[in-house]
Ligand binder design. Sequence first.
Ligand SMILES: Cc1cc2nc3c(=O)[nH]c(=O)nc-3n(C[C@H](O)[C@H](O)[C@H](O)COP(=O)(O)OP(=O)(O)OC[C@H]3O[C@@H](n4cnc5c(N)ncnc54)[C@H](O)[C@@H]3O)c2cc1C
Length: 437
Amino acid sequence: MTLGSGDFPTDGHGWAELLPERRAGSPLKGEHRAAWAVIGAGVTGLACARRLGELHPDQDIVLLDARLADQSASGRNSGFAVAVSHFSGGFQADRMDDYRRVNRINQAGLDLLRAQVAKAAIDCQWREDGFIHTAADRLAIRECGHFLRYLEAMEIAHTPLDGAALEAQLGAALYQGGVHVHQGVLLQPAALVRGLADTLPANVRLHEQSPVLGIDKGAPLTLTLPGGTLRSDKLVLAVNHEAAKLGFLRRRLIGSTLSGSFTRVLSDDELASLGSLTEWGVLSLHGGGATVRLTADRRLCLRNAAEYHGGELLPDALLARRQAIHRAGFEKRFPQLAHVPFEYAWSGVEGISRNGTNFFGRQADNIYLAGGYSGSGVSRGTAFGTALADHASGNRSPLIEDCLASEPGAWIPPRPLLDIGAFFTVRSRFRGVGLDR
Ligand SMILES: Cc1cc2nc3c(=O)[nH]c(=O)nc-3n(C[C@H](O)[C@H](O)[C@H](O)COP(=O)(O)OP(=O)(O)OC[C@H]3O[C@@H](n4cnc5c(N)ncnc54)[C@H](O)[C@@H]3O)c2cc1C
């Protein structure tokens, strides 16, 4: 398949639209040569390029993105930078080493992000007070029991909450129980990505709206773009589910499209009709349940739809239709705010594998890749991107070992079975979701 610029569509509905205008990196034009090329300026590519810049201060690193960096999944997610993962389906004592490994990666990414946000004074509504995991019905309450056992066994700081406490804190009577996990950060994802993109080391050059259409695997590697070519000695792919477009992980990683809506800014009275917390993030204990936030800029934001749409964003007409699902989830939780309109909806594509693994390591001579973290990539992608820069530079570290220990990706069948399988894989996450959607 020959790629063209049209293979990297985007739209103007994301978290970036809540921010002021920004001057983006110019598209790559003409012939270029660099020691390192990094494709993809989401959190993985940004972290990788930053670390490469630090490791090789005398070398040129070129970071390319097909779109504007803040329109990646990294700029469109729900803004939970996770320290503690929730492994659904029951606590298994014999998996504790793996739980610890994943949480070490999460924590490493969170620590890196915290340091970068502080150092560059990135204004991304960073709030470090953890999240609330909620259960709205019987199945989810059972999952809450598993989660509490896991938190206790792992000695992770948390506070169990009953329905009354949740209603008092959030203003939503829907939830029967839950738990506040103390670690974890809420942030504005597009503001984070912009801040990271605009404060890269001096030897890293970012070109946005620069899709890589082909890779010639000679020495040096040659990347073809609409406006020119880039020759590089080494290449890092940080392109998430779009790796398949460049011929990598075709049968291992696909894109699932998630969507949600934001309200307008709430008035003082509307805010007062919610609970005692002025900013919060809720993650459902059911994998298909809604992710809900009260943001620092006083909007409620709810994401409760997921589907297979060929790994692309939802077109405007479909997004408008999905608002009915977002609306139903919103009014069920906040009937006192049924009069508050949504200002707009957004969609984003997460990279998922059949067995929920992450991808890390060498793909071919001088080509490295990291990606595919489902709905948990903000801190993990930062850790993977940083570790990949070290790994590709020949360094060793415990973080690299943790990333390399990721389970291999399970095989995904070719089209049209892929489309059918992907459709059912994504749909299966809603099985038993009950009231939590
Ligand atoms: C709606 C939604 C909500 C989510 N919520 C959360 C959350 O709250 N917390 C969390 O931790 N995770 C969440 N996630 C997942 C998280 O956003 C991702 O795991 C993470 O952002 C992946 O980062 P990445 O850098 O690997 O990939 P991306 O952010 O997808 O970046 C990949 C980049 O590669 C570029 N690219 C692709 N192909 C090419 C090419 N050929 N040439 C040039 N550029 C190319 C793309 O344009 C893109 O900018 C969510 C995801 C979605 C969609």
